[in-house]
Write a protein that binds this ligand. Structure first.
Ligand SMILES: [Zn+2]
Length: 137
């Protein structure tokens, strides 16, 4: 029963404030419900447990798949992907306009693999951010 990720859904969603832990899109702004991502995929021995689950939008989840690493496009070196349970988002990424800049090898590899700056996603983020800024100012 505890191997069923659905058991953890509410806890994982609440912890992530219902935003994707990779691209930060809130679930209510996404076109489909967010998924529970196994950070270390089950095929690599990852457990279905709170410390191995992340809240992920369907786009990030599909792009990440079971990968653990990718290539940092600026160095050509293999880098571990961003791990929301181990890493702080602000240390690896920075929001610049609607784009997400990778600040570290891990950040850049993750931006690239998950296509966080696909034009549609950037546009969606800009619209969303504009709305937040307007609302908070
Ligand atoms: Zn996402």
């Amino acid at each position: 029963m505890r191997d069923n990720p659905a058991v953890f859904r509410e806890e994982v969603a609440e912890r992530a404030r219902r935003c994707c832990e990779y691209c930060q899109i809130p679930e209510d702004a996404a076109f489909a419900p967010h998924h529970l991502d196994h950070i270390v995929a089950r095929k690599h021995g990852g457990k279905t447990s709170l410390d191995n689950l992340a809240y992920s939008c369907s786009l990030c989840n599909r792009r990440k798949s079971s990968d653990l690493s990718s290539v940092d496009p600026s160095t050509g070196q293999i880098a571990l992907l961003f791990n929301p349970r181990r890493d702080l988002w602000q240390e690896h990424f920075e929001l610049r306009g609607g784009e997400i800049a990778g600040l570290t090898s891990s950040g850049r590899a993750t931006v690239n693999l998950l296509r966080l700056n696909h034009p549609h996603r950037v546009q969606e983020r800009r619209i969303r951010l504009g709305w937040v800024w307007t609302r908070e100012s």
